[in-house]
Design a protein around this ligand. Structure first.
Ligand SMILES: [Zn+2]
Length: 288
């Protein structure tokens, strides 16, 4: 059975921390390097529900995509929700390790897993990492659909293939427009519109799209947009990451048990569609 420091070395080899963005906070949040590791749980968010799941499972290590502390803190008191997370983890001898932007740009990375969940053929990174001579690492992926679909059909297809959330998928653009090539980026991708336009794709699927960037992007070019729940775009990475650690475990004969949390931690929990857009809800000015 490996100790935590050995497992962490394997995780750092998959997602080297030095490849994370300067503002990011990746790596080990808590954990004893000499503690034995048998069970590992992968999840998107280091929130209390997930930590409770790790306790229930008897996990020794929790690996999340999102950092617990992105900025500094002066307290881990259990009266704060993050402090309670730390307390619960330490009380149950569970380590927490974060792979965030270093997993986004990895090969394979978060957007490879997203493209895989959508059964897209990957052509290359949307924003290539200049440090990768093979040209496979980088942010986002440019992909081809398995067959051309209308925007409306692709939105339904993506909603059915990504894990279910209250949000589902929103689409911007002419619903009948044919989509063949698409850029995808797990998580918040609205800083990537220039790269998406330069890629000459028909559509862009990401999360957290806001009114002004989305409005401007669709006004400038006939680019279609698909906005999925942030959690749903990154969850496929957990399965990919668990499979990668399984392969390392097999190679070393570690016998690790890896698990992927299926708990939906997207913060949005309900969605009400408006009345159909084509149905008039009232008439005005009609003579009595
Ligand atoms: Zn994210």
């Amino acid at each position: 059975m490996p100790v935590l420091s050995e497992v962490l070395a394997a995780l750092d080899a998959l997602w080297p921390p030095e490849r994370a963005e300067g503002w990011d906070a990746v790596g080990t949040v808590c954990g004893d390097p000499g503690a034995e590791v048998r069970r590992v749980l992968f999840a998107v968010d280091p929130v209390q529900e997930i930590v409770d799941e790790a306790v229930q499972l008897g996990a020794d290590l929790l690996v999340t995509h999102h950092p617990l502390y992105l900025r500094g803190t002066t307290t881990v008191a259990a009266s704060t929700f993050k402090g309670k997370v730390v307390h619960t983890l330490i009380k149950h001898d569970i380590a927490l390790h974060v792979a965030h932007t270093n997993a986004d740009t990895a090969d394979p990375g978060v957007s490879d897993a997203l493209a895989g969940a959508l059964d897209l053929r990957i052509l290359g990174p949307l924003v290539p990492d200049p440090g990768d001579p093979a040209g496979r690492r980088g942010l986002g992926r440019i992909c081809e659909l398995p067959h051309p679909m209308t925007l409306a059909d692709f939105a339904s297809y993506a909603a059915a293939r990504l894990p279910a959330t209250a949000q589902g998928i929103r689409a911007a653009g002419e619903p009948d427009r044919e989509i063949r090539r698409i850029a995808v980026s797990g998580g918040s991708g609205d800083s990537l519109f220039d790269d998406v336009r330069a890629a000459g794709v028909d559509a862009f699927l990401t999360a957290d799209l806001r009114h002004h960037p989305a409005s401007e992007a669709t006004q400038q070019t006939p680019l279609a947009l698909l906005d999925a729940a942030h959690w749903a775009t990154e969850w496929p990475w957990c399965e990919q990451a668990a499979a990668q650690l399984d392969a390392v475990s097999d190679r070393h004969g570690w016998g690790l048990r890896t698990h992927v949390s299926r708990t939906v931690t997207d913060p949005w929990t309900a969605h009400a569609a408006s009345a159909p857009l084509t149905t008039p809800t009232h008439t005005t000015g009609a003579p009595r």
